[in-house]
Design a binder for this molecule. Structure first.
Ligand SMILES: Cc1cc2nc3c(=O)[nH]c(=O)nc-3n(C[C@H](O)[C@H](O)[C@H](O)COP(=O)(O)O)c2cc1C
Length: 395
């Protein structure tokens, strides 16, 4: 059977074996910004399971932008060996290696989620050995009880933009083929776009156009270093709890595709505490953000990626078939089942469903599938009423 999910695609010069993307997810496993063994295992496992593109978590070009003391860094060359190992491992298993560049701005310096995600004082030892001040477009704290950021000066902004450029040079050296700029979830780029977080009176604030300037300049600097044959994704909060509308996102997407953005990754929320999975109080349901990807795709005439509670194979396929998005990204479902892509292939009935996983899996699972008489039993009871698996492979 032909599916869109398993139809390969070319993004600029980068060939992706299917349209399944591992959404960027912080692992909170770095030590002073450095890659640990856990990262290689984690990202390797996700590539091994058959995803087309594995996007490495939000990695910081500026130590002040780390959301927690356990974020990955890319602000100095010392990080290159670890990042190269991640990229090499992902590519060794046939997936495209992508990486997200993030900066948390006024939402930086917090404890990890399972320790409450609360603002931390700037204590030495947890500060990557660097100054860890909070910076943002304006001196406006994220919320009550959060630390006040310092408003970035024009000089600071120029230095920051140059830092993105230097980080992109490292992304290239490490061997990643897709780059995503994080402009969602109430973080620095989103803060600049938002009239709530950005109340500057200089050329970076005051009007829609001025609030867009920082993103334009960061993207231009990124594109200066990022090769023309490599795709650039932009993650946005398509809507937020502070008044940002999907129409605003379409406007931003139209403007920023002129700066070399190929795919708009449509997430939502994060501008206020508690708003990180935006649903305006309602429980998030299946594919709750896919309509944003659809709107932006239609109104900005740009490729989009849908994300958010995409769980089932036929659900992912329907998102692509109905033209809501060009790619689907899965986050927590990939933590639940890193082999989701190969599992989805069997469920959608594609020919040779194990073709995207290494022979260790494909050889044995193909045999097991045949032993199950043309497919898996749908229940355990149905299974035991049929013959058992031949035992000649018990080596
Ligand atoms: C543990 C964890 C870490 C995350 N870290 C990031 C991140 O680094 N960058 C980002 O843009 N989104 C991050 N997210 C959001 C996910 O990429 C995704 O958008 C969200 O989980 C919704 O998709 P899902 O329902 O498939 O999990 C994270 C989510 C989780 C669960």
């Amino acid at each position: 059977m032909q599916t869109l999910l398993f139809t390969p695609m070319d993004l600029r010069g980068v060939h992706v074996r299917n349209r399944i993307v591992v959404s960027p997810m912080l692992t909170y496993a770095a030590v002073n910004g450095y890659v640990q063994d856990m990262h290689t295992i984690h990202y390797g496992k996700l590539a091994y399971g058959g995803a087309g593109l594995v996007m490495v978590e939000s990695t910081k070009a500026d130590p002040r932008g780390a959301s927690t003391p356990r974020d990955l860094g890319i602000w100095k060359d010392d990080f290159l060996p670890g990042l190269t190992k991640i990229a090499d491992t992902i590519k060794a298993y046939g997936a495209v290696a992508g990486i997200q560049l993030g900066h948390s701005g006024r939402k930086a310096r917090r404890s990890v989620p399972w320790e409450g995600r609360t603002p931390l004082a700037s204590h030495p030892g947890l500060d990557h050995g660097e100054e860890w001040e909070l910076v943002a477009p304006s001196e406006i704290a994220h919320s009550n009880g959060w630390y006040m950021p310092r408003a970035l000066s024009i000089d600071d902004i120029e230095t920051l933009i140059e830092g993105y450029g230097a980080a992109v040079e490292r992304v290239k050296k490490a061997g990643f083929d897709v780059l995503e700029l994080h402009a969602a979830h109430g973080y620095l780029l989103h803060q600049f776009l938002s009239p709530v977080a950005n109340q500057r009176t200089d050329k970076y604030g005051g009007s829609d156009e001025n609030r867009l300037r920082f993103a334009r300049e960061v993207l231009d600097r990124i594109r200066q270093s990022w090769p023309d044959d490599k795709p650039l994704f932009l993650r946005v909060s398509a809507v937020d709890e502070a008044g940002w509308l999907v129409e605003d996102s379409a406007r931003v997407a139209r403007a920023l595709k002129e700066h070399g953005v190929d795919v708009i990754d449509c997430s939502s929320g994060g501008m206020t505490p508690g708003g990180s999975t935006v649903n305006f109080g309602a429980p998030a349901g299946y594919g709750y953000q896919a309509p944003y990807a659809e709107y932006v795709r239609k109104h900005a005439d740009v490729m989009t990626m849908a994300v958010g509670l995409i769980i089932h194979a036929d659900q992912a396929e329907a998102i692509l078939q109905s033209g809501q998005a060009d790619l689907v990204a899965l986050g927590r479902e990939m933590l639940n089942n890193p082999n989701w892509p190969m599992d989805a292939a069997t469920k959608l009935g594609i020919d040779d469903p194990y073709s995207m996983v290494p022979p260790l899996y494909s050889f044995y699972l193909q045999k097991r599938m045949q032993a199950d008489f043309g497919g898996r039993p749908s229940t355990w009871r149905e299974g035991i009423e049929t013959e058992s698996v031949p035992s000649d492979d018990a080596d």
